[in-house]
Design a binder for this molecule. Structure first.
Ligand code: FES
Length: 128
């Protein structure tokens, strides 16, 4: 039997937007809300070059990645052709205005994927 973890309310997710759920290990989970108040959850990592899908533009049942505009299906995490690749999807439940994630997936699913290196370049001390 699925154990569900309460995440937030539907109203906590902006319409046509997303919220990020931080995890103890692995990348964050992005929870999306579309114009029909349907809720979807994907790993917050584009299959192209790791862009933050939670900052993308939601339309229909897709999200456009903010980095290079790939379109990713919210139902299955698949990139739209001709692009290829898939972002891990998480099971999500919306019940009486409350959003839940599958507890087992939240703690284990895709938790082996590491955060891409970003931010200022780090140089070794003897670089100068
Ligand atoms: S990283 Fe998402 S389209 Fe390139």
């Amino acid at each position: 039997m699925t154990e569900w973890t309460r995440i937030c309310t539907l109203e906590d997710i902006p319409l046509l937007g997303a919220r990020r759920v931080e995890r103890a290990s692995g990348l964050d989970v992005a929870i999306f809300r579309n114009s029909q108040d349907a809720v979807f959850a994907l790993l917050d990592r584009c299959p192209h070059k790791g862009g933050p899908l939670s900052q993308g533009i939601v339309f229909g049942t897709s999200v456009a990645c903010p980095l290079h505009n790939w379109t990713i299906g919210l139902c299955d995490g698949q990139a739209s052709a001709p692009d290829e690749g898939c972002t891990p999807r998480f099971r999500v439940k919306l019940e009486e205005g409350v959003v839940y994630l599958d507890a087992a997936e939240l703690h284990g699913h895709a938790s082996d994927l590491v955060r891409p290196i970003a931010g200022p370049v780090r140089r070794p001390v003897d670089w100068i």
